[in-house]
Write a protein that binds this ligand. Structure first.
Ligand code: C2E
Ligand code: CA
Ligand code: CA
Length: 680
């Protein structure tokens, strides 16, 4: 209640929005008002000049000028001033708002003054108070005044007006006396006239009329104010909601910097403006290497904290540029090329400040549009920058990579792979190559690793290093693995039908296979379809697969082993915490990564490490296999320390099954007696 009255009278404090709203309303209303006044006053001036020059007006020009024309001209000027201010405001060119307010007050003041003046003139001519009222209504109803201001203007002008006309208006009844004057004797008439002269003043009826008009004008003015105020508050609220919605729709919730919706739309606008000098802009893609481990080690909360810090760091390093978070630990920037390498270098050094036990590195890929590129799609540009960034992953201390011709070719190849995997499978471009696994005791073949090759009509023979990662990234890898499973089963069937030698084949499963399809179901179905016994099919799972999707993977592995298949741990020792996995999962074969052999001749530590791993596998009841065996020394050492199996170029590279048979036939390789011939 205590707030309602001041508010009703317009004494409350108003927001900038509401004040601007009133101002705008007044400026819009004043266009019509001032136009009417301008037209009217021009007409008055022309009419008076015309009358004067045609000799209808007897008095000297100075009389008309000082009594009429000057006022018309003043009113006309205030109308023009008002109109100009209002138009400038609407075009957004009126920088100082007080000028508009001044125009409003001047215009209102002058209009009211003229209303009063002319009405008084009219009054003496018996034309009553029309102009006064018109002006009063005009100014009070079209302009929005705070109620107390409206009240003051109205009351003061009414009082002023009333006081002025009281002196000239005869009281009611005076006219009736005057009209009957002829009925009196001259003495009586003189007395009556004297009496009328002394009883000037407003009659009661006129007073009541004026009061009623004052009141109604006041009410209209108040109601106008409150209607506009309600509308303004409603609009203000809408505007706030809108601003909030805009904010959350363009900002990344976690880091507070912009999101990709904003980035794309702003980048498009920006690129639209730039016609020349396109080469001076650059798209940057940032990635925090090892963020995943950081997140795993310190938890979600700390991970988010790190993202916020990095976002802030990048955002403030590129002030004035477009900076957004794309997803996870990926950020994109659209900025000027000049000087950006220096900033990136600084950022690359700065990120070490945030690292704890997990080593963090900032990787940045960049894409500069070519001058001849007609339209630049921000999404494609970001994709290329990301591609450049991904090409330097795991390259220690290389922070920056520009998207260049070599990468461009690789980028195209990548697009090609994604688009053509289905065709490649259907057309039989995907082939299985086999690499033998030998027994260290007698060098006989006891297994074959199935390795995928893509024999492409355009690109030639593509090794898996080229396409596996891409297919995984685009979640298409299961298609390839299913294709390999089918071919291996078919190769087995063919050998069995012909009574030829065939050894157990180990298949590489991607960790994504378990997510993307029921790979175990498919695998068992194909084995049944081609009649492949369990002992002829093994599954290799890499160490890196074990770190995520634990439940799915654990269940799949259990199922495979229950159904009689052997599960191998591939690439042992290539990643982080391998020993933990040995505790949590049961494997039949442990495949020691080839990186242990790469330093074989000069790193003296390699031998005891290998020896220990082999001992461990024996204790854990697993078969040990070392891959990447290239020299007889390596092989002899492995045989000596009790590693049961070996695989590597020393025996054979991965080759098509026919080539392998040829070498076996030539006696270069021999198959273990268990597998020399399989019966159908
Ligand atoms: P991997 O499973 O560790 O396969 C062993 C890789 O080492 C093969 O490369 C093989 O050619 C190579 N290699 C074998 N012996 C030697 C050697 O003595 N010296 C050297 N330097 N290298 C040797 P490849 O065939 O290029 O395969 C690369 C990787 O691609 C594989 O690593 C495997 O992770 C993946 N891959 C291959 N085929 C498939 C597949 O059908 N499905 C899935 N999911 N992944 C596959
Ligand atoms: Ca493998
Ligand atoms: Ca391996």
């Amino acid at each position: 209640m205590s707030k309602k009255i001041p508010r009703w009278l317009g004494f409350d404090k108003q927001s900038d929005y509401v004040r601007t709203y009133f101002f705008n309303t007044n400026m819009r209303a004043s266009i019509h008002m001032s136009l009417i006044v301008i037209v009217l006053e021009i007409w008055m001036i022309v009419r008076m000049l015309n009358q004067y020059f045609s000799g209808q007006l007897p008095k000297p020009f100075s009389y008309y000028f000082s009594n009429y024309l000057i006022f018309y001209i003043v009113l006309l000027s205030s109308g023009i001033f008002m109109l100009v201010c209002a138009l400038l405001h609407i075009r957004g060119k009126l920088k100082r708002r007080w000028i508009g307010t001044l125009a409003k007050w001047l215009f209102a003041g002058i209009s009211l003054y003229f209303g009063i003046r002319i009405s008084i003139g009219d009054y003496t001519k018996g034309e009553q108070i029309l102009t006064f009222l018109t002006m009063e209504l005009f100014v009070m109803c079209l302009f929005v005044w705070r109620p107390f201001v409206g009240f003051l203007i109205l009351t003061l002008t009414y009082l002023f007006y009333v006081s002025r006309i009281s002196g000239i208006a005869p009281v009611s009844g005076a006219y009736s006396v005057l009209s009957k004057l002829s009925e009196y004797t001259p003495e009586e008439a003189y007395e009556k006239l004297q009496a009328i002269r002394e009883t000037r003043g407003l009659s009661q009826a006129t007073q009541i009329n004026l009061f009623t008009m004052w009141l109604s004008t006041l009410i209209i003015s108040f109601s106008n104010y409150h209607k506009t105020l309600t509308q303004a508050l409603k609009d203000e609220h809408l505007e706030e909601v809108n601003a909030y919605l805009n904010k959350i729709s363009v900002n990344d919730e976690l880091t507070g910097i912009h999101n990709m919706v904003f980035f794309r739309s702003e980048a498009e606008k920006l690129l639209g403006y730039i016609t020349t000098d396109k080469e001076n802009i650059v798209f940057l893609y940032f990635d925090i290497e090892n963020f995943k481990y950081y997140n795993e080690k310190y938890g979600f909360h700390e991970g988010n904290e790190l993202l916020r810090k990095v976002a802030k760091m990048i955002d403030s390093a590129f002030t004035g540029s477009l900076v957004s978070r794309l997803s996870d630990d990926h950020f994109v920037v659209l900025t000027r090329y000049d000087g950006c390498d220096e900033i990136i270098r600084t950022l690359g050094a700065k990120i070490h400040e945030f690292q704890r036990e997990v080593h963090l590195e900032l990787k940045c890929g960049a894409y500069r549009p070519m001058q001849e590129e007609e339209t630049i799609d921000p999404s494609v540009a970001c994709d290329r920058a990301r591609f450049a960034c991904n090409s330097i992953k795991k390259r220690y201390e290389q922070t920056f990579q520009m998207y260049d011709k070599t990468l461009e070719d690789r980028f195209h190849l990548k697009q090609y792979i994604i688009n053509s995997i289905d065709t490649a499978i259907e057309s039989g471009y995907i082939k299985v190559f086999y690499q033998p696994v030998v027994n260290t005791a007698d060098r006989s073949i006891v297994g074959l690793e199935a390795l995928a090759r893509w024999q492409d009509p355009n690109y030639g023979l593509l090794p898996p290093g080229v396409f596996i990662e891409i297919l995984e990234e685009h979640r298409l890898i299961h298609k390839l693995d299913q294709c390999i499973i089918q071919q291996v089963c078919r190769d087995y069937r063919e050998a069995a039908d012909k009574g030829l030698a065939f050894a157990p084949v180990s298949l590489n499963f991607s960790r994504l296979d378990f997510e993307l399809c029921d790979i175990v179901g498919y695998f068992e179905e194909k084995a049944r379809e081609y009649g492949v016994p369990q002992e002829y099919l093994d599954v290799e799972i890499t160490e890196s697969a074990l770190s995520d999707q634990q439940n799915l993977l654990q269940a799949a592995m259990r199922r495979l082993r229950q159904d009689g298949y052997k599960v191998w741990l591939d690439d042992f020792g290539s990643g982080y915490s391998s020993l933990n996995f040995l505790k949590d999962y049961q494997f039949d074969v442990l495949k020691i990564d080839m990186k242990f052999l790469s330093g074989f001749s000069d790193n003296l530590k390699t031998r005891p490490i290998l020896q220990n791993i082999v001992n461990l596998t024996q204790q854990l009841d697993m078969v040990s296999l070392t891959e990447g065996v290239e020299t007889p020394e390596q092989f002899d050492f492995l045989a000596k320390i009790g590693c049961s199996r070996a695989q590597g170029y020393l025996f054979s590279k991965p080759v098509p099954i026919a080539d392998l048979r040829e070498r076996i036939d030539k006696g270069e390789l021999h198959v273990n007696a268990r597998y020399t011939a399989i019966s159908a």
